[in-house]
Design a protein around this ligand. Structure first.
Ligand SMILES: NC(=O)c1ccc[n+]([C@@H]2O[C@H](COP(=O)([O-])OP(=O)(O)OC[C@H]3O[C@@H](n4cnc5c(N)ncnc54)[C@H](OP(=O)(O)O)[C@@H]3O)[C@@H](O)[C@H]2O)c1
Length: 204
């Protein structure tokens, strides 16, 4: 599969490496990336290149990157790995979207023609690195309203050694993002149904 990555930092760069190892054709957009290690292109070219796009920049860059890439993402599955938080010296990390509205719903407002799917936003890259391909497999929660995006995310999660767990439509993404009960939770696939049910009943 051709994968265009927007934001090849700690998270996006790790996923790029693993998808390349799994045989996918990957390009990355990250202004400061080491060109020797990755195929680095502009954000628009990354969106253009991918059959599937991974959106993994810091949230402060998200809106301007969507403005630059929304056209190229039309009709494509776009995995959203962001958490909608902004860091300020004064307040530390703060949610940057209204309460009850998830980051992925905000991205879908900005780029409504992409097929958004939330994935890879609950665990740190170091946890992913430690757990990938090892039993018991780590559950990766995905939220989407699009069948093709769910299928693409499922395949890309399985290809690098995790277990996809469908957690419903994008309105459920609040459960997985910063402030939600699934954020930074390391969940074995066998426990995912119970953990997800508990997260839903504990509210958003
Ligand atoms: N790290 C985690 O533990 C973790 C876990 C789950 C979810 N997330 C989410 O994943 C996202 C990325 O996190 P991270 O830790 O990987 O952050 P990071 O290391 O700071 O990476 C952010 C990436 O976005 C790129 N970027 C910024 N402006 C850009 C632009 N105009 N065009 C193209 N690329 C641009 C940066 O490129 P340059 O470096 O070249 O400027 C960098 O590669 C965040 O939304 C975060 O909330 C992170």
């Amino acid at each position: 599969m051709r994968i265009g990555i927007i934001g090849g930092g700690e998270l996006g760069g790790s996923l790029a490496e693993w998808w390349e190892q799994a045989g996918h054709d990957v390009v990355v957009s990250a202004p400061a990336a080491d060109q020797g290690l990755m195929r680095v292109v502009t954000a628009t070219d990354a969106a253009d290149f991918g059959d599937v796009v991974l959106f993994a920049p810091d949230w402060a860059s998200a809106h301007s990157l969507i403005d630059a890439t929304a056209g190229a993402m039309t009709g494509k599955p776009v995995l959203d790995a962001t958490n909608p938080v902004i860091w300020t010296r004064e307040h530390g990390y703060e949610r940057a979207v209204p309460e009850g509205h998830s980051g992925i719903e905000t991205l879908a407002d900005w780029a409504p023609d992409a097929q958004w799917v939330k994935a890879f936003n609950t665990c740190s890259p170091s946890v992913l690195r430690r757990r990938r391909g090892r039993d018991p497999l780590l559950a990766e929660f995905i939220c989407t309203d699009h069948r093709a995006a769910r299928d693409a995310a499922t395949r890309l999660i399985e290809d690098i050694g995790f277990a996809p767990f469908f957690a419903g439509g994008v309105t459920n993404a609040c459960l997985t993002e910063t402030g939600g009960p699934l954020q930074m939770l390391e969940v074995d696939v066998a426990d995912a149904t119970a953990v997800f049910a508990e997260a839903v009943s504990s509210g958003r």
